[in-house]
Every structure is written in structure tokens, then in C-alpha cells.
Design a binder for this molecule. Structure first.
Ligand code: UDP
Length: 370
């Protein structure tokens, strides 16, 4: 009899399994896909670690999480500084003095603050949606050029129908600082995320290409406790209806040139370009191979955001009222499942970052394993 059956070899499952193994428990990890790592999976193409399911830049304010991940990988000094391309005009992200200078010609923090103050007057009440929140943070000019098109493409919904909190993820700074994240610690695991996750899973049996839902009773009978990290609605056979997700389609190309866009991420923030951004993977590792040599080729991925359909990979939970309510109903069902722990972005239907997933798995492991 297993102590734990862990469904899903993404970050949540890998961390939980690692903690269980460390405490001498017997766990088995099963995974539907043919590889470990979930959406942080990286794959080697011509020496480049390609982020197959979208860019993942590790960042955290939590010292314990940072210490924990260092056990499984060395992290490089990568700092995320995406560039926004609005109809050929290039802007620095997140919103900072470089952005304000390019947008308005202002050169001092006082001038930038005055410009924002003037534009935000438009919003006189507590912001009720993403559009109002964005204008009240940075003004209408930046909203129109750098937020509206990108956000509506990413979420497939009007900014007036999206919750304000999504845009609060982005910092607004009156300094010349292009670091996208407000995090104490940041970097990319040297050798790729797959290597890091595989080190977490050392000593734990993993079976790939196994669909838990297809054969649920058989798997359930094998373990005292199930850690389920798949979509919560799928677990219950969608009996209350489908939760909505955003999915992403990647068009990935290997190019026989050394440098396509000079940066890991360029966001296309207009409404007409069909993709949201282009990732050039080699820049996560400064364009070098493992021996420090310049890589002659490059791999780029255009990201197209789409509404999730059955059979697609789910990426982002849709945090609106309708889905929030449906999730709560599923959550009630989940509370009635004894011996099953639901975790991770899909199991908890939460817009988790990697560090939050790791922290929640560590806390759950502590609570359950002691
Ligand atoms: N966003 C934007 N313009 C950009 C980048 C982001 O308006 O160029 C908004 C968009 O609404 C997005 C949110 O900021 O959903 C959060 O972006 P983040 O980069 O944190 O999203 P993720 O990395 O999870 O895709």
C-alpha cells in the first residue's frame, strides 16, 4: 500500500513527492503527459532550453522557498525585462521612468508623477474593473498603448469585464528599473526546469503517460491518500459544468540566425497582432550553451491565447465571478472527498506563480506529514 499517490508531475506534485520521500513515506507519481515538469517543462533544442509551455521566470520574496529550490538547481542571474512593441514603438516594462520618458518625453519622477496624476483624475471612485484600475494606476495613454490590446488578447474578454487585481501584478515605478518583478530573488535554473524537477523526483517512482481519471478506482485503491493536481472540474467528471480556462498555442521555430529580437520577451501590445508575445528562449541563459559558448541558432515561440476547449492544455484559470462561484461549488465537493488533497494551479483553480505553488505544497506537506 502506498502512502501517497501523486497525480501530476508538475511543481506541486514534485514538491509534495519530494517531501514525502524525505520523510520516509512511499509515494508514486503518475503523469498523463509523456514527461515530468507540468507546464514548467523545458526541452533541449540545439543546446537551447526551450520553455515548451510558455516562459517561466522564477521569482520569489520567500527566503524558505528560495533556499528550497537551490537544493535542486543552481539559478542564474536572469532578470525579466520584457519590451513592449506597440505598432513599432518600443517601450520598457514594467511601467517605469524609461516607459514614461518614451510615452510623454518626461525626464524626472516629478514630471512623470504629475502626468499620471492628471490622467488618473478620470477615475473618481474605487476601480471596479481592470480598465478603471489600469487608468487609475498609470493613466489612459499607457492603458491604451500597453495594456488594453494585450490584456484583451490574453483573456479574450474586455478590460471592463475583467477583475482589477490582474493588473495589480505589474509594478509601477518612478525609477529607471526595468525589472518586471518586485521580488528579492529571481533567476532561471541552470540546465532547465526539467532537470530541476527530475532532481526533486529522484528516489520516487514516476509513471508517465498514465491517465488517472480513466482508471480512477484502481489507482485510488493503491494509496491511503491521493494528491490530485489536475483540473478540479475534471476530477468530478465536470458534473457541475466546465470551469473556464485560457489556453495558449505556441508556434515555435528554430531560426538559423544568432539573434532575432535581442530579448527573451517582446510583448505585442496592440489589438491587431494576433499573438500576445514572442519568446526568444536562448536569452534566458544569455545566449550561451552550458560551456559558455555563444549559440549560433535561436528558437522563438509566438504565443496565441485562446479559450480552452476540451482536449487543450489548460493554462490560466479565468478569475471572474461566474467561474469563482463554480469553483466554490466544486470546492465544496472536494471538501467531501476524504483522503484526497487538491493542489496547484489546476487543483485549486488559482492564478499561482511557481513560488506560490511550491510554498503551498511545502505547507501542505508539513501539515499532512508532520
Ligand atoms: N499586461 C499588460 N501588458 C503587458 C503585460 C501584461 O497589460 O505588456 C497585463 C495583462 O492584463 C496580464 C497582466 O498584466 O494579464 C499580468 O501579466 P503577467 O506578465 O503577470 O502575466 P503572466 O506572466 O502570468 O502571463
Amino acid at each position: 500500500m502506498l502512502d501517497y499517490l501523486v497525480v501530476g508531475a508538475g511543481l506541486y506534485g514534485a514538491v509534495f513527492a519530494q517531501q514525502a520521500a524525505e520523510r520516509g513515506k512511499k509515494a508514486l507519481v503518475i503523469e498523463k503527459r509523456p514527461h515530468i515538469g507540468g507546464n514548467v517543462y523545458t526541452e533541449d533544442v540545439e543546446g537551447i532550453h526551450v520553455h515548451r509551455y510558455g516562459a517561466h521566470i522564477f521569482h520569489t520574496n520567500s527566503a524558505p522557498v528560495w533556499e528550497y529550490v537551490q537544493r535542486f538547481a543552481a539559478f542564474n542571474r536572469f532578470t525579466n525585462s520584457p519590451v513592449a512593441n506597440y505598432r513599432g514603438e518600443l517601450y520598457s516594462l514594467p511601467f517605469n521612468m524609461y516607459t514614461f520618458n518614451r510615452m510623454w518625453g518626461v525626464t524626472t519622477p516629478a514630471e512623470a508623477a504629475a502626468k499620471i496624476a492628471e490622467q488618473r483624475k478620470e477615475i473618481t471612485h474605487e476601480p471596479r474593473n481592470l480598465e478603471e484600475q489600469a487608468i487609475s494606476l498609470v493613466g489612459r495613454d499607457i492603458y491604451e498603448k500597453l495594456i488594453k490590446g494585450y490584456t484583451e488578447k490574453q483573456w479574450g474578454r474586455k478590460c471592463t469585464d475583467l477583475p482589477a487585481f490582474i493588473i495589480k501584478r505589474l509594478p509601477v515605478r518612478l525609477t529607471f528599473d526595468n525589472n518586471y518583478f518586485n521580488a528579492l530573488y529571481q533567476g532561471i535554473p541552470v540546465g532547465g526546469y526539467t532537470k530541476m524537477v527530475s532532481r526533486m523526483l529522484e528516489g520516487t517512482e514516476v509513471r508517465l503517460g498514465v491517465d488517472y481519471i480513466m482508471d480512477k478506482p484502481r489507482w485510488d485503491a493503491m494509496a491511503r491518500t491521493v494528491i490530485y493536481t489536475g483540473p478540479i472540474d475534471a476530477y468530478f467528471g465536470y458534473r457541475l459544468g466546465n470551469l473556464e480556462y485560457r489556453s495558449v498555442r505556441f508556434e515555435t521555430e528554430l531560426l538559423d540566425i544568432p539573434n532575432f529580437q535581442g530579448n527573451a520577451a517582446v510583448n505585442y501590445t496592440d489589438g491587431e497582432t494576433p499573438f500576445t508575445r514572442i519568446i526568444e528562449h536562448k536569452w534566458f541563459e544569455f545566449g550561451k550553451d552550458e560551456n559558455g559558448n555563444d549559440l549560433p541558432k535561436t528558437v522563438i515561440s509566438r504565443e496565441y491565447s485562446s479559450e480552452w476547449q476540451p482536449g487543450d492544455e489548460p493554462y490560466y484559470p479565468v478569475n471572474d465571478e461566474k467561474n469563482g462561484k463554480l469553483y466554490q461549488a466544486y470546492r465544496k465537493l472536494a471538501d467531501g472527498e476524504s483522503n484526497v488533497i487538491f493542489g496547484g494551479r489546476l487543483g485549486e483553480y488559482r492564478y499561482y506563480d511557481m513560488d506560490q505553488v511550491i510554498l503551498s505544497a511545502l505547507e501542505k506537506a508539513k501539515e499532512t506529514l508532520g
